[in-house]
Design a protein around this ligand. Structure first.
Ligand code: SIN
Ligand code: MN
Length: 208
């Protein structure tokens, strides 16, 4: 168990099993409703590569990528508005960040067998003084964290179901990625797989 401050890893804050099993299951049900309104799809990088994760979003804005680049959009690629961020996610955001400002986007990534995410920085938001909050559900993932100025050197640790990670302050722009997921390591999702939520304040006006 950890205290309220969580564990510190390279300026990140990690709360192990911050969500208990009942809260995890309830959140999966919330996310089923999100995915019913805004289905998971396979994003394509600006360079034309299909990503191995499937994505959707909740909130005023969703993060998208296609041949036009990485950006936030007020609509799912199908044209529907993104569904609202589940209240349990907003409650956790307020508890962990202490902010009065709610996130604009809750990006939902699904990692099936073999999915991973290369090292990257989250830098499509307008104001890096706001943190990014990450919630892990389902199978364990080997998370890699690098530097802020440079991707390397890196170190890795496993994220497990119910873990909550805060990227704030000096660590807000740290390089990070997911090397692999241990498929079937958690029984939370009946078919296996991992869901990761990242909440972001986008803080820019958008049209549309
Ligand atoms: C991300 O950086 O968007 C996802 C991180 C994770 O899956 O833990
Ligand atoms: Mn990221």
């Amino acid at each position: 168990m950890t205290g309220n401050a969580g564990l510190e890893i390279r300026g990140l804050r990690l709360w192990r099993e911050r969500l208990d099993r009942a809260a995890q299951s309830a959140l999966v049900e919330d996310l089923r409703r999100v995915a019913a309104a805004a289905p998971f799809y396979t994003p394509v990088t600006p360079g034309g590569r299909r990503m191995s994760v499937q994505m959707t979003s909740a909130g005023r804005l969703g993060w998208v990528t296609d041949h036009r680049g990485y950006r936030y959009e007020p609509r799912h690629p199908s044209g529907v508005a993104w569904p609202p961020i589940p209240p349990a996610v907003l409650t956790l955001w307020r508890q962990i960040t202490g902010l009065a400002r709610d996130p604009d986007c809750c990006l939902v990534n699904f990692y099936g067998a073999g999915a991973r995410m290369g090292l990257h920085q989250d830098r499509d938001e307008g104001d890096f003084s706001f943190p990014v909050l990450s919630i892990s559900l389902g199978d364990e993932a080997l998370f890699r964290i690098g530097g802020v100025e440079t991707p390397t050197p890196t170190e890795s640790f496993w994220l497990r179901s119910g873990d909550v990670l805060l990227m704030a302050g000096v660590a807000r722009l740290a390089w990070h990625g997911v090397d692999r997921v241990r498929h079937g390591s958690s029984a939370l999702l009946p078919q296996g797989g991992r869901i990761n939520l990242t909440c972001r304040v986008v803080a820019t006006a958008v049209g549309g």
